[in-house]
Design a protein around this ligand. Structure first.
Ligand code: 9WN
Length: 412
């Protein structure tokens, strides 16, 4: 018999242990800083028991916002030798030492969830966040869209680091001159679960390029080998912009510009439909080709309020193919790897977003299937970063903030 009470207690303890006062780290050791979308999940995890702490999490995230509106993917609040690349490699000059790229924009969605649970005392805190979130979304619309679809300029920006989606664009990078460096991630977890050296050389090469161009968006966009329109980012920004609109309306913030973003993003989604594959897919903006990948991000269409019968059939297919879905890459695809990070494993956080979308669109049975499989994975294997979709074994870092957060806010 599963002891749900003990698991709830453990989830709360993980959040407490990873709490650094005004922000949480994803997990002790492997990820010692504040990550953008991890933090948004953490806020959701705190909301049920401590809305004040949930708001603080989001406020700390936005305290690192750059003047151009960008909210960095990592805030390096305190130096820590346990992670590479650190602030010295990024060479950024925002209000808090940070990385020079962003991450999946789910903060508006989570802020709305916190506000819904804390409408009274939370109202002024939500109001204060709205213009900051709007500035971030404006930055995405100005610098990260192609025909309305949201592009990434680095695999880390998508939050799905080594997804097969980027293989073509990554192959176009010649990482010559990247030099010697020492990875830290493979000292914390099994290298078979992490991106390869080929991937890392290119990750670092892209960081070095951004730094050389002083993170100037206009210059970085010129002649870049890596610019990929991502269904995950597009669906997440579309959903988040709708959530931003709801909060803006409640505070008297102008909604005209937000409406125009929604229209553009909605059009962008259409450019990501790969008819040959029968799925939403990533599109290489540099050479125009699709990646030919059904990933877990392909299934975020409902989360963005978009119905699609073909995707429903795809979802049934991939969930039937493995016992512990939703796999991050098609288990019947040629590149499937059950252990390697975003090339096959199941990620509870993405499952959460997929299931919310299914539920909102009236697909209760599918939503429940995704919830149950995620709940059982965590109950049986603990609060891991992600899971092997075939045998369910835990992978990556343990005692993970976002896995604890989804457990408390959604999975049970
Ligand atoms: C690089 C913190 C982050 C997540 C990402 C996940 C992983 C970092 C890394 O960990 O990325 O940003 O070093 O592997 O892919 O989604 O936000 O949990």
């Amino acid at each position: 018999m599963t002891d749900y009470q003990a698991l709830d207690d453990e989830a709360r303890k993980i959040l407490r242990d990873n709490d650094r006062g005004s922000y949480t780290v994803p997990t002790d050791g492997l990820y010692p800083y504040q990550w953008n979308w991890d933090s948004a999940f953490a806020a959701m995890g705190f909301a049920g028991s401590d809305p004040d702490r949930a708001w603080t999490e989001l406020e700390t995230l936005f305290s690192g916002q750059w003047q151009n509106g960008m909210v960095p993917h990592i805030l390096f609040h305190k130096p820590d030798p346990g992670y590479f690349p650190g602030p010295d490699v990024w060479g950024c000059s925002g209000p808090i030492p940070s990385s020079g790229i962003s991450q999946p924009p789910i903060a508006a969605t989570m802020a709305r969830k916190v506000w819904e649970q804390d409408k009274g005392a939370g109202h002024p805190r939500m109001s204060a966040l709205v213009p900051k979130i709007a500035a971030w979304h404006r930055w995405f619309m100005q610098w990260r869209t192609d025909r309305g679809a949201v592009c990434i300029t680095h695999p880390w920006e998508a939050g799905r680091d080594n997804a097969c989606d980027w293989d073509g664009a990554m192959a176009a990078i010649d990482p010559q001159g990247v030099g010697e460096y020492t990875r830290r991630d493979t000292g914390h977890v099994d290298p078979a679960m992490r991106p390869t050296k080929q991937d890392y050389d290119r990750y670092i090469w892209l960081v070095q390029r951004g730094r050389r161009l002083e993170w100037d968006e206009e210059q970085m966009a010129r002649d870049t080998p890596f610019r990929v329109a991502d269904p995950g980012m597009t669906f997440m920004l579309l959903r988040a912009t709708r959530d931003l609109r709801a909060m803006a309306e409640a505070t008297g913030f102008d909604t005209d510009e937000i409406d125009a973003w929604i229209t553009r993003l909605r059009a962008g989604v259409e450019t990501l439909w790969n008819a040959e594959l029968g799925s939403y897919d990533s599109r290489d903006v540099v050479n125009g080709g699709f990646a030919q990948c059904v990933s877990n991000a392909s299934f975020l269409n409902w989360y963005a309020g978009i119905e699609n019968a073909d995707m429903l059939a795809q979802l049934d297919r991939v969930m039937d193919a493995v016992p512990h879905g939703v796999p991050s890459y098609d288990p019947e695809g040629p590149k499937f790897d059950a252990k390697r990070y975003w090339r096959g494993p199941t990620w509870g956080i993405v499952n959460t977003l997929i299931a919310w979308g299914l539920e909102d669109c009236g697909h209760a049975a599918q939503a429940e299937r995704v919830r149950r499989t995620t709940r059982d994975l965590i109950a049986e294997h603990g609060f891991a970063e992600y899971f092997d979709p075939i045998d369910g074994s835990p992978a990556g870092g343990g005692r993970f903030t976002w896995t604890a957060a989804i457990w408390l806010a959604w999975a049970t």
